[in-house]
Design a protein around this ligand. Structure first.
Ligand SMILES: [Cu+2]
Length: 131
């Protein structure tokens, strides 16, 4: 066998090794593999929280969905707003007129669709879906 042939064969073997290595690497990314800093905590997960803001006299996001026990904090801005529940209301009920720069929170322990609106601004409405 000539030196050239031998070199070509070595090159081929090396290329095969590189291809195999990249296949192994590309298979490692997906799936529900825990990252090293994640831990599994027994018991209930922490209650979800969400923030609703009021840019341009609208609730943002207009619709939120989360598990029961979650807390929504409204951060009022621009001008005075309120949160008036249509049918279902959380403990604490409606949030009265609140000046820009103030916050108010409500916790939703019971599942349901909580439709609400601001009585000051026509069409300013939102919905909280508690599962
Ligand atoms: Cu408003």
């Amino acid at each position: 066998m000539s030196k050239l042939n031998s070199a070509a064969r070595n090159l081929g073997r090396c290329f095969t090794t590189i291809v195999l290595a990249s296949v192994v690497l590309s298979c490692g990314g997906g799936g529900a593999v825990l990252e090293p800093d994640q831990t599994v905590t027994p018991g209930n997960p922490p209650a979800p929280t969400a923030v609703v803001t009021t840019p341009g006299n609208a609730f943002s996001p207009e619709e939120i969905e989360f598990a029961s026990g979650g807390t929504v904090t409204w951060q009022f801005s621009g001008t005075t707003h309120n949160v008036t529940f249509k049918d279902l209301a959380p403990p604490g009920g409606n949030i009265p007129n609140s000046a820009a720069g103030t916050n108010a929170s409500r916790t939703f322990p019971i599942a349901g669709d909580y439709d609400y609106f601001c009585t000051i601004h026509d069409g300013m409405k939102g919905r909280i879906r508690v599962r």
